[in-house]
Write a protein that binds this ligand. Structure first.
Ligand SMILES: Cc1cc2nc3c(=O)[nH]c(=O)nc-3n(C[C@H](O)[C@H](O)[C@H](O)COP(=O)(O)O)c2cc1C
Length: 226
């Protein structure tokens, strides 16, 4: 159902809605910029309110090449004819999730998401709410059925985070990998140490006789390095 991604994106829309998690939006914009991606930003009024509360010093606009007004439903990204590779909504409120699932494009953020879906481009929704009622879950199902990827910003503990920044980085790196942006320093999990060693051994055996060292690039342990 989801469109395959054709390499690294060059232009991405970043939608920021009013769920908690301004730090996720800040980091997403920074990492996209570091990857050389052109960033189109749409921020909802509720997101600005949440940001003022959580991160008063956050300057989301500073980390975007193009900043669109939430109400500008005539902006470039409101049209499918404007070439964009993917869109990520981070964080995504359940209100915005519901509007996207229902196709109620009454603001630019939802319109751009709707366009992303109709053009069969990648749309990642980092939906943040807890607990979830059946309506939220149904909206997630509908959004998935029409082509979105639901990627809630959930921490992983196997990466042994030492700070909130580590948690944020891990969540954002996973979300960006869904649109083809691979963050340096966030390598894929290689398996637990025992299975990583097994994989290295198997690799060495299967490559025996062929040119080049086998398994030499595997990390000592399966723990992703940071
Ligand atoms: C500090 C704060 C935290 C919030 N956290 C969440 C949240 O985690 N998830 C959510 O769905 N809504 C949350 N809300 C409520 C949304 O901001 C509200 O439903 C808003 O209408 C969403 O609008 P938007 O989707 O257009 O940004 C929060 C609001 C505030 C002020």
């Amino acid at each position: 159902m989801n469109t395959p991604i054709a390499g690294a994106p060059r232009r991405v829309v970043v939608g920021v809605s009013g769920a908690t998690g301004t730090a996720l939006a800040v980091r997403t914009l920074q990492l996209l910029g570091a990857a050389g991606v052109e960033r189109h930003l749409v921020v909802s009024p509720a997101a600005r309110r949440t940001a003022a509360y959580e991160m008063p010093d956050a300057r989301l606009e500073r980390d975007a090449e193009v900043v669109h007004s939430f109400r500008d439903i005539g902006a470039s990204i409101a049209s499918g004819s404007y070439p964009v590779d993917a869109m990520i909504v981070i964080p995504c409120s359940v209100k915005t999730l519901g509007a996207i699932a229902a196709g109620v494009s009454e603001n630019l953020l939802v319109r751009a998401a709707d366009v992303t879906l109709k053009e069969r481009r990648r749309l990642v929704l980092c939906v943040r709410e807890t607990p979830l009622h059946l309506g939220h879950l149904r909206a997630m199902v509908t959004a998935t059925e029409i082509g979105a990827i639901i990627a809630p910003p959930m921490p992983a503990f196997y990466s042994m985070p030492e700070s909130l920044d580590d948690v944020v980085d891990h969540i954002v790196a996973r979300a960006l990998s869904l649109i083809g942006v691979h963050v340096p320093g966030a390598p894929p999990w290689q398996g637990e140490p025992a299975s990583a060693a097994r994989t290295a051994r198997d690799g060495a055996q299967s490559q025996a006789g062929s040119a080049g060292p086998a398994g030499s690039s595997l990390p000592e342990s399966g723990r992703p390095s940071r």
